[in-house]
Design a protein around this ligand. Structure first.
Ligand code: CS2
Length: 523
């Protein structure tokens, strides 16, 4: 009962008398009353009720609502009447939390842009419809094939692509793949929904929508195409080649730091709007969206800060390695050191120095960037990662490391090893990640492993009984995470074992201090 009431409070279905309301519960944010929002909040420059559903978005988490939905708001505003076709039907793939929160608000929510200088609030009105896939009467494939849908965008997180991390091939035996092949009209996965939706498009002789991955995975466009084509080939080779030849899957690079929504966000949104909002999102001021050029109609996303380019790869590689890789390092080492958020970890001079060294001398050495550009990028990132107004939980960033590791840490490590460059910070980050599974007593840390391979990796740690050498060997031999044997394998194994031993026997900050001294980053 208590849990139910809590859920209702969180989803905003039950009014909560907050101090700011002084006894009168505020009205809920919705179309009928959003004009009454306090003027301190920016409102959409269009009537959200007039939007059509030109975009189908799969994966309606905070990132989509803080990034593409905001850029789309600018695009619709910039285009005037013609922009109205670019409303979004946003789909929650599994849980009903976001639809339950947003439907009573007609899809409206508050974007809270946070920095040290303060918080800016904006009501976002681009979500024309919020869909809960498992209970959607229409089913996702029919939405993909709806002629109104000109663009399908995705933020379904890396595991949503159902790919083997090290090989990039579809896991044909994955339970969602098996399920979706049996239930093509009501698939569970985005990949199954796209494959069957595109089949309906082909069968009806329609023009296919453009399918745009906005996930942080390397070469996200070609990767998504491969996943959908592989899936289609499991039942229909001709469909697979039709998709290959007729559907555009442009690559993108997306960047904005967006922590999970907290009760503080809800309280701030209510205070700033004078209306209750069950689903605000918090974000940093920075936004970057680089999209590979494609043919066909599209929103004027440039108005929201997007760049259209022929080759996204250099942008994507820099971002994955410098930002996402550093996030992983800060989360795994910072979590072990007892820091709760990325900003807290960055406020520690030793961790900040480690992050900077890692970016400038390890990850940065693998990028085709001039020294000046790399320096600028790192200076900007150090500032973004330090933003104290963004409470980005290390446990959250640390999720799904086994899936994210290959592109963010291991591939650059491999390239550095080939070039005979040492990578003490990378190996310390990998060792810290292994410690997340090995720790039996995580007291004093912020270690919360959430990973598709969690049980397997924890069992492996138990089996190796904390012997650093055996642990290092056992992890490095996991081909599905680390790929083929790393160059200079014996040295890597030894260095990883040493890092594991240090983390087991000394306080994390002492380990950092001595490593930074060794690499002359600390005097
Ligand atoms: C983070 C990203 O959780 C993670 O993997 O590194 O969500 C990161 O905040 C975004 O990519 C920033 O653009």
């Amino acid at each position: 009962m208590v849990v139910e009431i809590l859920n209702l409070l969180i989803s905003g279905q039950v009014g909560l008398l907050t101090a700011s309301t002084q006894g009168e519960p505020h009205r809920r944010l919705r179309r009928a009353n959003f004009a009454a929002a306090r003027p301190v909040a920016r409102r959409p420059g269009f009537d959200p009720a007039e939007l059509e559903r030109g975009i189908l978005h799969l994966g309606c988490g905070a990132f989509h609502r803080a990034h593409q939905a905001v850029a789309t708001q600018r695009a619709v505003e910039a285009e005037g009447r013609a922009g109205r076709r670019w409303g979004v039907a946003a789909v929650s793939m599994t849980r009903s939390t976001v639809p339950d929160q947003l439907r009573p608000q007609d899809g409206l929510y508050t974007a809270l842009q946070r920095s040290e200088a303060g918080t800016k609030a904006e009501i976002i009105g681009t979500l024309r419809e919020v869909v809960h896939a498992p209970s959607d009467p229409l089913g996702l494939p029919r939405r993909v094939s709806d002629p109104q849908t000109r663009i399908v965008t995705l933020t379904v997180t890396p595991p949503g692509y159902l790919l083997e991390p090290a090989t990039g091939r579809l896991q044909a035996g994955h339970r969602d793949v098996v399920y979706d092949l049996r239930h093509p009209e009501r698939p569970r996965s985005a990949i199954g929904a796209l494959a069957h939706g595109l089949k309906l498009v082909r069968d009806a002789g329609q023009m296919p929508p453009v399918v745009i991955s906005c996930d942080n995975i390397s070469e996200n466009g070609p990767t998504l195409r491969m996943a959908v084509v592989n899936f289609a080939a499991l039942s229909d080779d001709r469909l697979a080649s039709w998709i290959m030849n007729n559907v555009q899957f442009p690559a993108t690079m997306v960047d904005r730091i967006v922590p999970a929504t907290s009760s503080e966000d809800r309280a701030d949104a209510e205070r700033m709007l004078g209306l209750r909002d069950a689903a605000p999102v918090s974000m940093e001021p920075f936004l970057q969206w680089v999209i590979q050029n494609f043919d066909g109609p599209r929103p004027l996303w440039e108005a929201g800060g997007a760049q259209f380019v022929n080759d996204v790869a250099p942008y994507e590689l820099a971002k994955l390695r410098l930002l996402n890789g550093t996030h992983m390092l800060l989360a795994y080492i910072g979590g072990l050191a007892g820091f709760r958020t990325i900003a807290e970890a960055m406020a520690d001079p030793l961790l900040a120095a480690c992050a900077e060294t890692f970016m400038l001398h390890e990850q940065g050495a693998t990028l085709q960037m001039t020294a000046a550009n790399l320096h600028r990028y790192v200076v900007s990132l150090m500032q973004r990662l330090r933003n104290p107004a963004i409470r980005h939980d290390v446990g959250r960033i640390g999720r799904n490391g086994s899936v994210k590791m290959a592109t963010r840490l291991i591939q650059p490590l491999r390239e550095n090893l080939v070039a005979n460059r040492d990578c003490p910070c990378t190996l310390l980050a990998v060792a810290a990640w292994i410690r997340w599974f090995a720790l039996r007593e995580p007291r004093g840390t912020h270690v919360h492993p959430v990973d598709p391979l969690k049980d397997e990796l924890m069992a492996l740690c138990d089996e190796m009984q904390d012997d650093p050498r055996r642990l290092a060997r056992a992890f490095l031999s996991k081909r599905n995470i680390f790929g083929n044997e790393l160059p200079h394998y014996d040295d890597v194994e030894e260095a990883l074992a040493r890092a594991l031993h240090d983390l087991q026997t000394k306080p994390v900050r002492d380990v950092l201090r001595s490593r930074l001294r060794q690499s002359h980053m600390l005097h």
